[in-house]
Design a protein around this ligand. Sequence first.
Ligand code: B12
Ligand code: SF4
Length: 477
Amino acid sequence: MKVLLASPESELWTSRKHIPLGLGYLAAVLREHGHQVGIYDSAVEDESLEDVVRRHGYELLGITAVTPLIVDAWNMARLGKRLSMITLLGGPHLTLLPEESISPEHPEVDYVIKGEAEESIIEFVDALEGRRPMETVHGLYWRHRGEMVVNPAARLIPDLDTIPYPAHDLYKITRYTNLNPLTDGLDTKARAYTIMTSRGCPYKCTYCSKPITGDTWRPRSVENVIGEWRWLVKDLKATEIGLTDDIWNLKLDRAKELCRRLIAEGLNTVPWTTVHGMKVNHTDPELFQLMKAAGCRRVGFGVESGDPLILRNVIRKSQSMDMVRNAFRWAREAGLQTMGFFIYGMPQETEETMEKTTRFALELDPDLAHFMLATPYPGTEMYDVIKKYGNIFAHEWQDYAIQSDKARFTMPNYDPDLVVRKWKEAYRRFYLYRPKRVWEKVSKKSFWTELPSTLRNAKRFFLPEKVSVAGNPASGE
Ligand code: B12
Ligand code: SF4
């Protein structure tokens, strides 16, 4: 079958240019089963979907979506139907809310697959081609005689070594800008590939969409990861690699072994970074030394809050502030750049707790700090708490993009306007009000090459403006 796997684009992320890794995995298994596959990522294409579909005669359109992009995914499915294609949706949002997209309001969606789909997409294409009944496709949501049918759930793939490497060769790699669009990449012109060495995470942070990857941690063998790394470096000429695991360092020994193998294989010449961050309580000085020797350039850590009670009781991060301090110190001593992620406005936050977070960011002083507004994604514990005790302002799924400058909920004794103010203030105090930091920034060449996007951000964070709260009646909007 001729399958086009697609990622929709929206105005939400003008600078987003990162690889849709899930589509690469699905393309690889489809290809292995003899199907003709293409990847269409709207963020980087210069040809319309219509032209691509007509030129190659694609029959099935498989669209991926995170929550803020689901509306764009539906729009893309509508276009697919106009082109007489079969439409299939999958990805994080569909794993959380599969029924929504197969409801009568979305006739443009023919099928939805919930969960990891390397196995079920093959079953599905087999069913479309008449080799098995549709009822036996795991994780499938579909319609039969006007009624929604829910098939038995798909499993989390127990042994990740059994699936092929993502079809990295199908990405138009030169069009992807960098690994960390939230902050900045190591090199905006890099051939930057991503790699996922494990799936899942046993922790239970309350803001995290846990149902997507599950509570179990499934590592790939070091051998298997090295094989993919070698392909990226030697054959695909990667100049930058990003680890996108939820928690690649859960088992310290395995993380160290991976670094040792990268060194032994001579794969440490290409810089890499931990895109999504590392968990501070699974580190030690030796790990960072090995990472540095293995080519790692930058590490990110989820710090989240500077208030121990918020960290423990509200976020349930299972890490202490001293563990955070140690990890930053050890990483710095090893010569790695550091990046910190901080959240403003979790339930129960006050001016005092957010002030502590800003002060903690200043104390840690990472090379890059990213401050985010708390966002209650469906499928998180935080969402359930706010639904029960508070009021979510975000009415449209697009409002869930972290980059939009709006508070998304209120709770008793919680001030959304204050949250937005403290969040913007954090950017100003971290990046602007410290002469040494400003000098460090402007004296680098990258400051001038990245000036246009810097100015866009500056407008959002550094210029005084009226605080806007999404649909908050109290804000007068
Ligand atoms: C790395 C990462 C990022 C990086 C990506 C950088 C890069 N260079 O790759 C950055 C920091 C940019 C990022 C941004 C965002 N992220 Co993010 N990110 C991740 C992370 C940790 C890994 C993503 C990944 O590589 N997955 C690997 C592949 C294999 O998994 P997958 O894409 O889900 O695909 C599988 C299935 O979903 C399914 N599938 C996927 N697509 C399709 C399509 C079809 C047709 C079918 C049938 C099946 C299917 O099959 C695939 C193979 O099994 C995930 C958590 C996670 N573990 O998945 C969060 C995660 C996806 N991100 C999340 C969020 C919220 C975001 C943002 C929306 C935040 C924001 N800024 O507003 C943005 C969205 C950006 C965008 N346009 O997609 C949430 C999504 C929650 C939700 N409700 O949608 C997650 C789940 C984190 C979490 N646990 O809460 N992210
Ligand atoms: S935020 Fe990170 S550490 Fe916490 S549960 Fe999610 S993946 Fe695990």
